[in-house]
Design a binder for this molecule. Structure first.
Ligand code: NAD
Ligand code: TYD
Length: 350
């Protein structure tokens, strides 16, 4: 019997990780710790919320005393840490929020883990989920490997880089059993429509302008979120303490090409004439400090732990578009903020 605290489990990637662990490992107890910010939505986990090996706890990782109590009460064997402020544009407007959650929040969890496990790190694990954005930006060629030097540019990536350094420092200094993975851009179901793919789908559906930053020449390397969750599962169970793995699908797209592809898929699915949705493309002022290109070399993960993506981008994008077309109610709730009332209704009497 293993008890795992998963932080940020009500968010986009976290909900897929929680679902995977709850359903794949009925012998594990999963505690989902989430503050339920604008990005956290318990509707993402409706299908598993009554499973006997799942529990939700509302709380803030910035609150050290609360985290301490949680470790005392729950007695976890492991932590999978995904809670974060995750949107680059928001980090440009409010960097301090990112320092609080991503840096201070992570250090609070590290301190609680160190105190609670008290040097007995055998059969424990602190898994820190990070991003390829810590490596900065690439030119036209090359890829990020686990050896690439950190060079973050946005307040978001600077805060994630800092949290990664703290996790390594706790592993080196105190012997904490820690692993880190750095993943490329994810896409899939339950993705909050402020990020490029869900925002574009949402706007195309409503025939609203699709905002493209700059000339749309920036390149991102896209991975289906369920393949990320599966990689986390593999790394959680197989990686040695102190190791880092890059996760990515060798799937680079210029933003403008990706948006054109989405327009064409949606023209077909919505019965619009080919080319109709592309008329919504609107070039807007570029993001400040906009990284040109990300690309992940995931060779180490493939060779050492045998992970590769399970589906192609075409398959993943098709599934994703279908999901957004079939889940208008979810979209209405997240865009209106109504999902926050779901929590009140579901959990106040428990
Ligand atoms: P998200 O914004 O969808 O979800 C973040 C979750 O964390 C939300 O449920 C939110 O309520 C919770 N949270 C935020 N602040 C909190 C706090 N102070 N205390 C407790 N909970 C808090 O993010 P995501 O896209 O699912 O990303 C999850 C993790 O994966 C992040 O650490 C992110 O850096 C990393 N990551 C994301 C991507 C991506 O493409 N989205 C790629 C690589 C790595
Ligand atoms: P985003 O989904 O915010 O992820 P990240 O910044 O973490 O890579 O953005 C993906 C790319 O799309 C990035 O190059 C910025 C660009 N973008 C737009 O062109 N328009 C938009 O409205 C958004 C949100 C992003």
């Amino acid at each position: 019997m293993k008890k795992i605290i998963i932080t940020g489990g009500a968010g986009f990637i976290g909900s897929h990780v929680v679902r995977r662990f709850v359903t794949t490992y009925p012998g594990y107890q999963i505690v989902n710790l989430d503050k339920l910010t604008y990005a956290g939505n318990l509707e993402n986990l409706r299908d598993i919320e009554h499973n006997s090996n799942y529990k939700f706890v509302k709380g803030d990782i910035v609150d050290a005393a609360f985290i301490d109590e949680l470790f005392k009460n729950e007695k976890p064997d492991a932590v999978i840490h995904l809670a974060a402020e995750s949107h680059v544009d928001r980090s440009i407007t409010n960097p301090l929020e990112f320092v609080m959650t991503n840096v201070i929040g992570t250090v609070n969890l590290l301190n609680a883990a160190k105190k609670y496990w008290a040097g007995n790190y055998e059969n424990t694990r602190f898994y820190h989920v990070s991003t390829d954005e810590v490596y900065g930006t690439l030119g036209e060629t090359g890829m990020f490997t686990e050896e690439t030097a950190y060079d973050p540019h946005s307040p978001y990536s600077a805060s994630k880089a800092s949290s990664d350094h703290f996790v390594r420092a706790y592993q080196d200094t105190y012997g904490l059993n820690a692993v880190i993975s750095n993943c490329s851009n994810n896409y899939g179901s339950y993705h909050f429509p402020e990020k490029l793919i869900p925002l574009s789908i949402h706007n195309i559906k409503q025939s609203k302008p699709i905002p493209v930053y700059g000339k749309g020449e920036n390149v991102r390397d896209w991975l289906w979120v369920e393949d990320h969750a599966r990689a986390i599962d593999v790394i959680f169970h197989k990686a040695k303490s102190g190791t880092t793995y890059n996760i990515g699908g060798h799937n680079e797209w210029k933003n403008i090409d990706l948006i054109r592809l989405l327009c064409s898929i949606l023209d077909k699915k919505l019965g619009r004439p080919e080319g109709e949705s592309a008329k919504l493309i609107t070039f807007v002022t570029d993001r400040a400090g906009h990284d040109l290109r990300y690309a992940i070399d995931a060779t180490k993960l493939k060779e050492e732990l045998g992970w590769t993506p399970s589906i192609t981008f075409e398959q993943g994008l098709e599934k994703t578009v279908d999901w957004y077309l079939a889940n208008q109610e979810w979209l209405d709730h997240v865009t209106s903020g109504q999902y926050q009332q779901y929590y009140e209704g579901q959990y106040t009497n428990r």
